[in-house]
Ligand binder design. Sequence first.
Ligand code: NAD
Ligand SMILES: CC(C)C1=CC=C(C(=O)O)[C@@H](O)[C@H]1O
Length: 250
Amino acid sequence: MNSPLFSLEGQVALVTGAGRGMGLGIAETLARLGATVAINDYYPERAQAAAAQLTEQGLKAIAAPADVTDYQAVELMARDIEKQVGGIDIFVSNAGVPVTGMGYKKFIESSRDDWQDFINLNLFGLMNACHVIVPGMIERGYGRIVAITSESWRAGLPMGIAAYAASKAGAVGFIRHLAAETGRKGITVNALSLGTMNNWDSEELAKKTCFVPRAGSPQDVGAGVAYFASREASWVTGQVLPLNGGSLTA
Ligand SMILES: NC(=O)c1ccc[n+]([C@@H]2O[C@H](COP(=O)([O-])OP(=O)(O)OC[C@H]3O[C@@H](n4cnc5c(N)ncnc54)[C@H](O)[C@@H]3O)[C@@H](O)[C@H]2O)c1
Ligand SMILES: CC(C)C1=CC=C(C(=O)O)[C@@H](O)[C@H]1O
C-alpha cells in the first residue's frame, strides 16, 4: 500500500531550539506525520520536557540537548541521535533567538559582542549542523533541510534588530548555495521566513499589519516545514517561503 501523502513514517528529524515556541510546534507537526523527532535545545531540561510532552501523546521523540553554536557539541549530538534512532533525514535549523535574548538596540548603540551572538547562532549554528549532518544525507542519497529565518532579512525595520537581520540574511545566502551543491544528491534546502508570531506579545501589532489579522502560531510554522520536509517537495529547493499573514507581499 502507498503511504499517505506527506507521511514522514520511518524518518528521523532533528529540530534545533525545539524546547519551546516555534521549534516545539515544528517538532510536534513532524512527529504527528510519523517522524521520530530529536528535540534539540540549549537547556537540557527544556529538551527533555518537550520530548516527554510528545511521547506522552504517543509520538516518537527523544531529547538532544546541545549548544548549536559549538561545533563539537553538534557532532556529539548527531552521533548520539544516530546511535539511538538512526541517520538524520530531516534537519530543521530553528534556534535563532540567543539565550541572552533579542537585546533590541539601535545599531550604532550596539557592540561587536552583541553582533557576535546573532551571527554565531543564526549563521554558524546553521552551518555547524549542516557540515555535520549533510555527509550522512549524501551517503544515503536523501535529505531535507529547512532553515527558519525572519522577514527582517528583507524588510528594514526600526526595531533595533540590525545584527539579527544580518545573521538571518546570511542564512538565506548560505542555504541557496548549499541547495546548489546538494540538489543532485537527493537533498533539498529551503527556508521559511517568519513574520509576527504569537509568542512575543504581538497580537495587536499583527492585527494592524497582517491581511490575516492575527499573529502566526507554532502550528502555522509546523505546517510550512512539513511541506518542505516531505518527499512530495522533492523539486523545491533553494527557496524562501514567507509565512507572514500577508504583512509583506513583495
Ligand atoms: N517569535 C517571533 O516573532 C519570530 C519572528 C520571526 C522569526 N522567528 C524565528 O523563529 C525561530 C524560533 O523562534 P521562537 O520565537 O520560537 O524562539 P524561542 O526563544 O521561543 O525558542 C527558541 C529556543 O531555542 C533555544 N536556543 C537558543 N539558543 C540555542 C543554542 N545555541 N542551541 C540550542 N538551542 C538554543 C532556546 O533555549 C529556546 O528554547 C527563530 O529562528 C526566530 O529567529 C521568530
Ligand atoms: C517585518 C515584520 C513582519 C517582522 C519581521 C521580523 C520579526 C522578527 O522578530 O524576526 C518580527 O518581529 C516582525 O515584526
